[in-house]
Design a protein around this ligand. Sequence first.
Ligand code: SF4
Ligand code: SF4
Length: 448
Amino acid sequence: MNEPTFHHALKILEEVCTGCVHCTVVCPTEALRVRNGKAILNENRCIDCGECMNVCPVNAIIVEQNDIAEIFPYKARVALVSSIFIGQFPRHYQTRKIYSGMLEQGFTHVHESEHGAGILIEQINQYIAQNSQNKPIISSFCPAIVRLIQVRFPSLVENIMLLKAPLDLAALAFKKELIEKGYKEEEIGIFYVTPCAAKIAAIKSPVGEEKSVINGVVNMNELYNKVYSTLKKEQYSSCIIPEKEQLKSEEMGWSLTGGEAAYIQGRCLSIDGLNNVIEFLEGIENGKITNFDFIEVRACDQSCAGGILTVANRFLTRERLDERIAKYHHDKSEGKIFDNKTIENHGRYIRDHISINSIEPRSMLKLDDNMEAALKKMSRIKKILSYLPGIDCAACGSPTCRTLAEDVVQGTAHTSDCIFIQTSLNVPPNEEIRAETIWGKDRFRKLL
Ligand code: SF4
Ligand code: SF4
């Protein structure tokens, strides 16, 4: 059971956590437990989706934060930012002004992360044609979904598309461009402005790759607040007009729901929101949903517009980006569009580096490496389950009766952690110590 652990961007603040179990109940991979009155995380199961952070009533779950000062040791400081960031500002702020506001924070270059999508469209269509045995091909864009499939749907791992996301392609192209302009590799720092914890985890421990080409991350909400304050005060130290690398319309919408599927040939579907995705993947896994060529799946409602580190209302962000796409078509008809030369100049290089290695399943149901021991544990789980009430109240600190039974056979819980078992057995007073191991001593002291 010595699986490697992965980088996680979500952290639990033990001193703030009250052990209320809200997080354990919503976690789609049952990665959380409450022990000694605090939530604890099984790092191998966590997919960094942030559902736990969204429901925590006391803000005890946070996303790790890199200090923006980490950009300064680099000579070329590139902010790689999703078009979602631009879409969050009030509509009277032009893209060029927002870029300038970012340069004021110390970046020397600003590029949008969807720049590689144009090449990706052609490559995904080829990939689907060449991998017809693995249909439906599942998009690898959202790292929370890739990890969800690894952990909860291991039989669908082969369906995940082994192509990089535009973010990585754009980073590769801009790094190459800067090297050609005379920068040494070690002088270039590429920082992704992330809308979610899953992208942080994917950059710090990438799936299907040894190391990411991206050097660091900046949380989107933090940068938004800094840039917005600069824009409001019109505090520009100089009039900087950033290099214009305009996204094409298909690239602008790539991080929104439907952004990928709209350009892929064959029968495609876009699904957003973790519960919707889980329901759909269950349908594919059990054979009830068939005959799709490509599935675009994103963990957040409205895709990255609904990421946990975004600031604006996701529907308004979508509206602004749709307007931006429409304006692109208008400008194009008047011949005002700037060409996206960096990506076109490095098209061959991007295509040569577009693949990722195979992705391995990480089944959360694995009880033991030894098959005989695993079967014994499975039969013990069934037996324990037959004693438990099956109401999944989570008062034992495990999210469901089944997970309590699993925890018991793995030696991390006790059957009498179930409050109904305690009551029905008329557990003597010294056994109340079991309750303390779930809820912590302090909670009971408060009641005296
Ligand atoms: S981030 Fe998602 S997978 Fe990880 S503990 Fe929270 S809810 Fe569970
Ligand atoms: S949909 Fe976008 S913001 Fe949400 S987890 Fe996936 S990549 Fe991150």
